[in-house]
Design a protein. Structure first.
Length: 233
């Protein structure tokens, strides 16, 4: 019961602190519930046994009362026979006295059995109260366990997400992106350098050809302009 007192009877903040200190609160809670159910089974068995004894005691009490009443009636019947002359008066007195002794013994048994019945009834009430409390406790703890499992799943998922988010830099993702940016910049600079080198490596003939191409293009443009002028005049 110690674990449940810590988990369910203290304040919420203290409960959370206690849970955090446990290695596996769910398994410990499940084991605690199993122990309570075992206590419940034992209590039910004890209740059945005490009820069986109480039933026998009530029967013995009833039998003792019946015997006491029976001997009372027998004593009365004997005395009536003596009054009617059916039996000798002295003999009737003797037999009636013996019947009354049997009645007294039966009444003593009545007292004993009544005490036993009262005791067993008290035990039955106590056991039934304990069983009722155990059932209520088990039901409450099972509901608490469901909540605990749900909270555990949520907290575990949240912990994983937070760990992944907080671990982005440590995983090297940002570092790899920076290296990629640097590599692309280096490649771009290298391409530009090769372009400059290509321009610088042109021969005189290449330059002459380029110039001629530009001159031819200019001459072609001038020719077209001249043709248009002649047509308009």
């Amino acid at each position: 019961m110690g674990i449940f007192k810590r988990l369910f009877t203290i304040g919420k903040a203290e409960t959370n602190a206690a849970i955090d200190k446990l290695e596996d609160p769910i398994k410990m809670t499940e084991q605690g519930i199993k122990d309570l159910k075992k206590d419940l089974d034992n209590s039910l068995q004890a209740l059945a046994e005490v009820k069986a004894i109480a039933i026998r005691s009530r029967k013995e009490l009833s039998d003792s009362k019946s015997r006491a009443e029976s001997y009372q009636q027998k004593a009365i019947a004997i005395l009536k026979k003596a009054e009617s002359g059916s039996i000798d008066s002295a003999e009737a007195d003797r037999l009636a006295k013996e019947a009354l002794k049997k009645k007294e013994q039966a009444q003593q048994q009545v007292a004993v059995h009544q005490e036993e019945v009262d005791k067993f009834e008290k035990n039955i009430n106590q056991l039934e109260s304990k069983i009722h409390n155990l059932k209520s406790t088990i039901s409450r703890y099972e509901n608490e366990l469901k909540t605990l499992k749900a909270r555990s799943k949520v907290s575990e998922a949240t912990k994983k997400i937070n760990k992944q988010v907080s671990g982005i830099d440590s995983s090297g993702t940002v570092s790899m992106l920076e290296k990629m940016k640097q590599k692309v910049a280096e490649d771009e600079a290298l391409a530009e350098a090769y372009g400059d080198i290509a321009n610088q490596s042109k021969s005189i003939d290449d330059e002459i050809d380029q110039a001629l191409d530009e001159t031819s293009a200019n001459a072609e443009s001038s020719l077209e302009a001249l043709k248009k002028q002649l047509k308009s005049s």
